[in-house]
Every structure is written in C-alpha cells, then in structure tokens.
Ligand binder design. Sequence first.
Ligand SMILES: [Zn+2]
Ligand SMILES: [Zn+2]
Length: 338
Amino acid sequence: ELLVPHMPTIRVPRSGDRVYKSECAFSYDSPNSEGGLYVCMNTFLAFGREHVERHFRKTGQSVYMHLKRHVREKVRGASGGALPKRRNSKIFLDLDTDDDLNSDDYEYEDEAKLVIFPEHHEIALPNIEELPALVTIACDAVLSSKSPYRKQDPDAWGGELPVSKCANNLTQLDNGVRIPPSGWKCGRCDLRENLWLNLTDGSVLCGKWSSDSSGGNGHALEHYRDTGYPLAVKLGTITPDGADVYSFQEEEPVSDPHLGRHLAHFGIDMLHTHGTENGLRDNDLRPRVSEWEVIQESGTKLKPMYGPGYTGLRNLGNSGYLSSVMQAVFSIPEFQRA
Ligand SMILES: [Zn+2]
Ligand SMILES: [Zn+2]
C-alpha cells in the first residue's frame, strides 16, 4: 500500500531498455559499495547513496531497487580450514567479483529490496505475497537483465538472438529475382553499403543511419512499412555460419532457422558465400567510402530539417568531443552569421 501512489512510475524494462545495475551514473558506486546501489524503477539508471536523493528531488521518482552485495570473511572451522563451500545461491547480481578479495576467504551475499523515498521505506525482495504482480514482474526483469556493458559485447550476442516468429511461415514471392554475389545497390538510392535483402520479395534496399559508421536512408524500413514484408538479411554478412537477419516486425535482430532455404530462393548459396564488401575485391575501382565521407553523408541529398526529433547532435560513437566543439563554435555570433 506504500507503493500505490507510485505505481504509475514503475515500469517493466522492455528489450530496448538498458538497465544500469552495476555502477552509479555519477560515481564509481556499485552494489559492492557500502551504501549499495539504487536502480531507478522508471529510467533504470543507477545511483549511489549520495546521488540517489538528488535524482529523487529533481525527478520526483520515489521507487528504487536497492542492490547490495555483502562481503564477509568466511567463518573458519575449528580446524582452521575454511568451512565447506556452500553452493552459492545467494549471489544473483551480474557483477565482476573483486579480484582483490580472494573468493576462497570471503563469502558473498546479494540483497535486493525496494526503497521508497523520501522516507526510505524498505520492502525486501522477493515478496510475491504482498507486492502487486506488476511490481514483481518489473523487479524480476531488472534483476535478470544483462548489464548494458555486456550487452554490447558481440560475442555475447552470438547465440542469444531470438528466433523470429516470422521465419517459419515466411512467404517468398516467386518473382524470379536473383541476387548476384556482388555489385549491389539500393533500389531507391545510390548507396552501395549497408544494404538489406528482403526475404519476401528479394528487394535490396539501404538500412538506417547507425552508429557503426555506415550511412543509410532507411529505404529497407520504408519498404517494410509499405509492404509488411518482415525479414531482411544484411548483404555482405552471409557466411556458411549464418548472417545478420533483422525483423522489422519484431524490431530487433533475430535468427532465422530456415535462412539457407530463404536465401536459396533468391539464388544465394549460403554454404558457398563468404562475407564480402559488395564485391570491392573484384575489379571495382571505386574507392572505399571513408568514414569521413560517411559522416558528411556525401552522395546523399540533404534536406534542411528542424523540429522535434531533429534537434541536437547524435553521438556516432566516441564523437561527443566533436559535438561539444561544434556546439561551442555555433554559439559564436560571428559564426552564426557567416
Ligand atoms: Zn554515486
Ligand atoms: Zn536507399
């Protein structure tokens, strides 16, 4: 009942949400710190003891999950040896164990509870009997979410992609389209990189602008909006082991258990294809698009845009320092007039 007024602020993290539960947004505080770590149940940002109250005052967000890893020296048996090791079901936080502490000499115990500010009311977790189901679901999702720092590790991605719901009954049009092994180009613009083969009609269209320095005009997504054809494969990523498959319908990278058959429909023999960069190895003398040209969006028609969603500078990956220089320069009246 303490939670009732705050229920609208408690969210269940969705697949796109990053849950920060290993380190404070402002300091090095972690669940290992003395004050533990507070995870905001609305934004899933984490705060140490000295920073959480400020977040509460600024945002009014009252409910946090408090995570704390207790470390204590192991109790020694009478013989002086360590007590027999218990299977450690008490550890559930996804944390690196501190290398300074020899884990044979210490035991760890993780604790999670809900804390409501400003009174600092505490509710131990799990508490299925008393908490509303939504809160229990939200807490479970926060606890089981992967640290975003690990989420970006491409190896960790590998085997975990969900199987697309669209893969089993995917319709493939018998339109005679055959995809050549190289020399692709977007069907709606001049882009020759970041191209996606739609597995329903064999159309080859460019992807979206993304932070991995490949440009795109989003024609593949546009095509999905027009047609509803859900799955696309990134050209150049096809190897005998698989390929990058994206589901527009599920809005995430997926795996396609019938990928070999789906590609063969458009004349691609997956087992004899090796990731290429659009045939640049062949006699194509076109210079490789440099990162600078991608950043300038050279070759694409640019329209001046402003309004919601177009304000600010997008981080392209470690480009924040450039953005801050740009903003400083743009604040100079002489430059604005030039
Ligand atoms: Zn802090
Ligand atoms: Zn395009």
